[in-house]
Design a protein around this ligand. Structure first.
Ligand code: PLP
Length: 478
């Protein structure tokens, strides 16, 4: 062998730690060709940094304009196709008084699912007649109150029907009632927990029992097929099935149920984990849902067309809600390597290719405030434009728990402690499901339609948390 040993040629790329290295070859190192992330520096004309300065961080922010716009868009979509539509606000989605009041001002009635929500709606000024009462557990005393105040109770189960029959014995009739039906609209999983089954005749039997009672009037057939339903045609199926049940009851019992309630479930422009954007393409517009439902109802003879009722939550408020949060620390990348891999905040290691090759940021808002982070991928926007290509990053919450991760994989420009980020959309369910755990729940601000930010819920204090507690005398400090 006379061949001479040829040493390998070391590419100029190797060992480079700039964002341009290996840019052509590797998904994670798209270098300068990845456009910088746009900033979200204002909400309704109010600067994000001034909000944090005035009201603290983290901070929930809602836009009155946005809630109004969504309500008007939904009203227009349905009323233009089916004028006999009535709208109820699903209070559990966000029962901040200010949010409920905006929807009340838009002409929405209230849909509640518990004793607490019923009383809250009444306190907000909704008359009994303006309340639809759902839910699998309605204790007898609240049922009595709701019936006496003229609320529309939508019966969930036979035990509740029995309780209502008992109440009716001592009440003046007729009591208007709804019946929750569970049916297969082609959406999986089917929520079998609620209502009376259509497929085995249970719903028809229960309806017949209500119709037969002279103290009752069956006002509504109701179904709620799930939440974040991305298939408008599922509503077409559900509407057909409710119409068929109504027709059957009409023929057999000579009672034409005046109202069909198709529930909530319309999606917001949000993405579930694993879904690809853009949101405008991934999520059908409200008009598609209005088409699906009104197509079926408009085929009925004019005299037989029912009142259509909807009880939406998510689609009305999700996009109106933002959570502002501040970076409290920057973790190194490739944390699985030796101490040198823990070089923090310089972002020099970002070309190391592994799942751990992400910059980690600890922010001051965690999953205790963002229950829905388990399902939805929130957009993350820096509040200032950073003219550097985004890189794979991970957002950790501040809780002393490993599961406190808000976004496991999100592309962000290099950030530093003190930078403010906005998470969006977070307006549905998060505020009401947020829990006091380890830290205080944050303040909530509403930017009014007049562009003025106002506090609508104060930040929790130690006194708020301690107030309901009682210390037994023998444990009190001497
Ligand atoms: C009975 C009922 N109606 C309406 C809603 C509102 O649903 P969404 O927020 O998906 O519109 C819910 C929520 O799950 C519900 O349980």
């Amino acid at each position: 062998m006379t061949e001479q040993y040829m040493p390998p040629i070391v590419s100029g790329e190797l060992g480079q730690d700039t964002v341009t290295a290996a840019a052509d070859r590797n998904f994670y190192t798209r270098g300068k060709r990845t456009p910088a992330l746009p900033a979200l520096s204002e909400i309704d004309g109010v600067s994000v940094s001034s909000l944090v300065k005035e009201f603290g961080s983290p901070l929930f922010v809602f836009s009155e304009k946005d809630v109004q716009a969504k309500a008007r868009e939904m009203r227009e979509a349905f009323k233009s196709r089916y004028p006999r539509t009535s709208f109820a606000w699903s209070v559990k989605t966000n029962y901040l008084n200010a949010i409920c009041q905006i929807l009340r001002n838009e002409g929405w009635i209230a849909e509640v699912v518990s004793d607490f929500e019923y009383r809250k709606a009444r306190k907000l000024g909704f008359a009994g007649k303006e309340i639809v009462f759902n839910g699998p557990h309605k204790p007898k005393d609240i049922l009595e109150l709701a019936v006496s105040e003229g609320a529309l109770v939508q019966i969930d189960n036979l035990d509740e029907l029995g309780a209502l029959e008992e109440i009716a014995r001592h009440a003046e009739g007729p009591i208007e009632l709804g019946l929750r039906v569970w049916l297969d609209a082609g959406v999986k999983p089917i929520w079998s927990k609620f209502g009376f089954a259509l497929a085995n005749g249970e719903a028809e039997q229960a309806a017949a029992r209500v119709i037969a009672n002279p103290k009752f009037k069956l006002h509504t057939l109701h179904c709620h097929i799930g939440t974040f339903i991305l298939a408008p045609d599922a509503y077409r199926v559900a509407t057909r099935k409710l119409v068929a049940l109504r027709e059957q009851l009409h023929i057999k019992h000579d009672h034409l149920v005046p109202c069909l309630n198709l529930g909530g479930g319309f999606p917001s422009r949000s993405l579930l984990h694993g879904m690809w954007g853009p949101r405008e393409k991934a999520v059908p517009p409200i008009d598609a849902y209005a088409d699906a439902i009104s197509d079926v109802l408009n085929k009925l003879p004019a005299k037989k067309r029912p009142l259509l009722r909807l009880e939406s939550g998510r689609s009305l408020v999700d996009e109106a809600g933002y959570l502002l949060t501040t970076v409290v620390s920057v973790k190194g990348v490739n944390r699985s390597t030796s101490a040198s891999g823990l070089v923090a905040s310089g972002h020099k290691d970002r070309l190391i290719l592994s799942d751990n090759s992400k910059v980690g940021y600890v922010v001051d808002a965690g999953i205790n405030l963002l229950y829905t982070a388990a399902w939805y991928q929130f957009d993350v926007h820096p509040s200032q434009f950073i003219d550097t290509p985004p890189i794979p990053s991970r957002l950790y919450g501040p809780l002393c728990m490993a599961i406190d991760v808000i976004r496991d994989n999100v592309e962000l420009p290099p950030l530093a402690a003190g930078d403010v980020l906005t998470l969006h959309p977070v307006g549905a369910y998060n505020v009401v499901q947020s829990m006091q755990f380890i830290s205080y729940r944050p303040a909530v601000v509403l930017i009014g339609a007049n562009g003025v930010p106002e506090l609508i819920r104060t930040r929790e204090t130690l006194e708020d948390i301690d107030r309901p507690e009682r210390l037994p005398a023998h444990l009190s400090a001497a």
